[in-house]
Design a protein around this ligand. Structure first.
Ligand code: SAH
Length: 249
């Protein structure tokens, strides 16, 4: 991993256009990382590529001045993770791992057995930013407001295959449905701790764009199912043929 700090900024990145950072990021660079005037920092904003920046300090504010674009912008393949929010720490885990594994969209889904009613999309965004920073990712996943399962299914683009992880049937593993998958366009649906209700399972199975799959003989926790299914999709039709980006030290 590079020693050079890498941070996500909200502002446009362009040569010599100074960016004063908000309090949290200033604190992180100056107090946690203990960087001083003249230090190098990498910055990205999801649009303008990655830039090598030089740090200056004005009292407690860290200011980045972009010097050169060191990496072109790229976007993650179109893959939406639809997940039923679960307990806080486990939802945090899902957001972090899904961002690392390259989803383009995170869609919290309210299902019949969803226990959590409160979905903190602001918190999800912070976690996604951290994961993107650490993972050399160039963009952030789009985080959608939570919505009810029937509503999401009704507005789903029927051309996009939706993989439905179904532990309660004799569905085949993903590899046996590879011919129905599309590069750059897909969705993965994972249920809450209590699984899907019989009504939901019936509704899902009646839809043509839904592909029920099994993740094997063990019943996985929702967050394990998320990581497993994303891994399978990425390996089958995602961007895993690209090599990791290795920044210079
Ligand atoms: N039905 C169970 C467990 C649900 S596990 C119960 O009543 O407790 C949570 C979610 O993870 C499921 O809804 C499903 O989407 C996914 N999942 C877990 N294990 C799975 C498996 N072996 N195959 C497919 N999906 C699985």
């Amino acid at each position: 991993m590079s020693h050079i700090a890498r941070i996500f900024v909200e502002q446009p990145l362009a040569s010599a256009r100074a960016i004063p950072l908000p309090e949290g990021q200033s604190k992180y660079l100056l107090r946690v990382m203990r960087l001083t005037e003249g230090a190098r920092v990498r910055a990205f904003n999801g649009e303008d590529g990655e830039w090598a920046c030089v740090l200056s300090v004005d009292r407690k504010t860290a200011i980045l001045t972009p010097q050169a674009c060191t990496r072109p912008q790229e976007t993650a393949p179109g893959l939406t993770l639809l997940f039923a929010p679960i307990k806080k720490a486990r939802t945090d885990f899902i957001v972090e791992k899904a961002t690392e594994l390259g989803v383009s969209d995170l869609q919290p889904v309210m299902t019949d057995y969803t226990q959590t009613q409160r979905v903190r999309t602001d918190r999800m965004r912070l976690l996604a930013i951290e994961a993107a920073e650490q993972t050399e990712r160039m963009d952030l996943p789009t985080i959608h407001e939570a919505a009810a399962l029937p509503k999401i299914l009704a507005s789903w683009d029927t051309e996009t295959p939706l993989i439905y992880c179904d532990e309660a049937s004799d569905a085949a593993p993903l590899s046996q449905h590879a011919n129905r998958l599309q590069r750059n366009s897909g969705g993965i649906l994972i249920g809450p701790e209590g699984g899907f209700s019989p009504k939901e399972r019936e509704m899902l199975r009646a839809l043509e764009f839904v592909i029920p799959i099994s993740l094997g003989p063990r019943i996985l926790r929702a967050e394990t199912a998320v990581v497993s299914a994303l891994t399978l999709w990425q390996s089958e039709v995602g961007d895993w043929q690209k090599a990791p980006y290795l920044p210079e030290a």
